[in-house]
Ligand binder design. Structure first.
Ligand code: PLP
Length: 366
């Protein structure tokens, strides 16, 4: 069977060339006599893979030297739990701006050792908007302000039409969950204190995450924590305090290289605009057959939730899509309906195929 266009939200599609390379390296790495998954993380081969991945990510995202980069096992949720431990002293206030499911998940990772202030929330609005910056109730002297750059389930993203993509938080560092939009456009890293992302949306396989930290923040005491959860200790040990997920790290490195070869974040920015315009255009132009409820100014370019006016046709829509070689379109259980995730690895042709299918389905069922 041919590979389908995969719109899954994460784990998500990887570039075919990356999978082919990985397939070859799986059996034997160069002339090492062993697979990349069978080699020591301390050996010269893997050390080279790891260093190359970091160097490529620094180039790809234009990460300044005063930022550290960690590659850590676990997902974005793990990072959500480690942020307060590393960067908020006991009793300190942390400000969270909640714009969907993952912002809410971040709140659940906090312990009573910090004071939570929800500075703004889109919940009362059904997660369709991002509250205007001047309505946020920020705490002077807070340890940090946390946002979710792109809400993967609700399809809400900080976009220029909303205001600044990196909202101004004054002297309080801005921490951002970029799991589902990292590397989709050039961003000014220096506006953030911490950027983190689970890899399985736009950077590679599940099981590893990237944490980018302004180095001076690592001097904060934070709270008592086990050594393995200490970002300073991880940095001092090149993210190898224990055995790192070598295969995932290697695979993410292949994706970084693929993105650089494809023109970097500027190229993916243009492609994301093109793909989002095609898909939202088809939804908005369907005369109500399909619908997306998110405020146009903050519609995500990465995850496009949409609903059929007649929800009784959902199963037929998904079955027909599968036959047309389009998979991963079922919406998240908290929202229902459909969702098309169109990360960097999704070609424009994949979105065209989806739009053609949607129009055809409407003709047959409208
Ligand atoms: C997927 C996702 C998460 C959760 O990631 P895990 O790796 O499953 O912990 C958190 N935040 C955002 C924005 C996500 O898209």
């Amino acid at each position: 069977m041919a590979r389908a266009y995969n719109f899954a939200p994460g784990p998500a599609a990887l570039p075919e060339s990356v999978l082919k390379q990985a397939q070859a390296d799986m059996l034997e790495w160069g002339d090492a006599g062993a697979s990349i998954v069978e080699m020591s993380h301390r050996g010269p081969e893997f050390m080279e893979v790891a260093a190359r991945a970091e160097a490529d990510l620094r180039t790809l995202l234009a990460i300044p030297d005063d930022y550290a980069v960690l590659f850590l096992p676990g997902g974005a949720t793990t990072a959500q739990a480690l942020l307060p431990l590393n960067f908020a002293d006991a009793g300190a206030t942390v400000d969270y701006v909640v714009t969907g499911h993952w912002g809410k998940t971040a709140l659940k990772q906090l312990t009573p050792s910090v004071q939570l202030n929800v500075a703004a929330s889109g919940e009362a609005d059904g997660w369709r908007t991002i509250p205007a910056r001047d309505s946020w109730r920020l705490t002077p002297g807070a340890a940090y302000v946390h946002i979710t750059a792109n809400e993967t389930i609700h399809g809400v993203e900080f976009r220029p039409a909303w205001g600044e993509p990196a909202p101004d938080t004054g002297n309080v560092p801005l921490f951002a969950d970029f799991s589902s939009s990292i590397a989709s456009e050039p961003i000014d890293i220096s506006r953030y204190g911490v950027i983190y992302a689970g890899a399985q949306k736009n950077l590679g396989p599940v099981g590893i995450s990237v944490v980018i930290i302004r180095r001076d923040l690592l001097e904060r005491a934070g709270q008592p924590r086990a050594n393995i959860f200490d970002y300073r200790a991880q940095l001092a040990n090149d993210s190898m305090l224990n055995t790192p997920p070598t295969w995932n790290w290697y695979l993410a490195g292949l994706v970084f290289r693929w993105m650089l070869d494809a023109g970097g974040t500027a190229a993916f920015d243009r492609l994301s605009d093109q793909k989002a315009a095609l898909l939202y255009g088809a939804i908005d132009g369907s005369g109500g057959f399909y619908r997306n409820d998110v405020d146009v100014a903050v519609r995500s370019r990465m995850n496009v939730p949409f609903f059929l006016a007649d929800e009784a046709r959902n199963d037929a829509f998904l079955a027909g899509a599968r036959e047309a070689g389009l998979i991963g379109l079922k919406g998240h259980r908290v929202l229902g309906g459909m969702r098309a995730s169109i990360y960097n690895a999704m070609p424009v042709d994949g979105v065209r195929a989806l739009v053609d299918y949607m129009q055809d389905f409407q003709k047959r069922n409208g």
